[in-house]
Design a protein around this ligand. Structure first.
Ligand SMILES: CC(C)(COP(=O)(O)OP(=O)(O)OC[C@H]1O[C@@H](n2cnc3c(N)ncnc32)[C@H](O)[C@@H]1OP(=O)(O)O)[C@@H](O)C(=O)NCCC(=O)NCCS
Length: 156
């Protein structure tokens, strides 16, 4: 099915369960930080989802880290739906939201460097980011040996 049939929209409370299942699946494989259902309910307004035929198959969130910087978090596409442009659609939506908020810099910490490069990000040194970026890392089992790569997009 072509990606053009996909819908990208803001998440609603009824999306908490599919979001939880998707993020938990990736968290168990060590490629995403875990999010509890309670945390997702509280932060639901930060999330966008991608739907194909009414099924939530992707998600991503924006975390504001100051007046100038937002971080893309919890970005994932379900197995079986990858490689159809859905991840890029989500990133474009999140970047658009950052633009609407007037925030000029969008960053992410990721293992999917090629994907972000294709979406107009560049690889940067982690230490250019403020302390706030690392507050979420207390939830990460790899916090003292972080091997994720920092990527940044500066919006025009
Ligand atoms: C990273 C992820 C969101 C990409 O979603 P996707 O829907 O498969 O990506 P797209 O189909 O939009 O891909 C866009 C482009 O990036 C490329 N791409 C996608 N994943 C890639 C990867 N792992 N390595 C290299 N290139 C990749 C695609 O080939 C495509 O290139 P093209 O436009 O030349 O065809 C998805 O693979 C995923 O959920 N990964 C696991 C969770 C994760 O690591 N998330 C990132 C946390 S920050």
């Amino acid at each position: 099915m072509p990606a053009t049939t996909a819908v990208c929209r803001r998440a609603k409370l009824e999306d908490v369960e599919p979001l939880f299942q998707m993020i938990d699946g990736y968290a168990q494989r060590g490629i995403m930080l875990p999010r509890s259902r309670e945390m997702l309910s509280r932060q639901i307004n930060d999330f966008v989802v991608t739907e194909v035929d009414g099924l939530v198959v992707g998600c991503g969130s924006l975390c504001q880290l100051g007046e100038e910087l937002v971080e893309i978090r919890s970005l994932g596409i379900s197995e079986g739906y990858k490689g159809r442009g859905l991840g890029s659609l989500l990133v474009a939506q999140l970047v658009e939201e950052a633009k609407n908020l007037g925030i000029p810099k969008v960053m992410a910490l990721t293992y999917e460097v090629s994907f972000f490069l294709k979406n107009g990000f560049e690889v940067v040194e982690k230490d250019i980011f403020p302390e706030k970026v690392w507050t979420d890392c207390i939830h990460c089992p790899k916090q003292h040996a972080c091997d994720e790569i920092a990527v940044l997009k500066i919006l025009n």
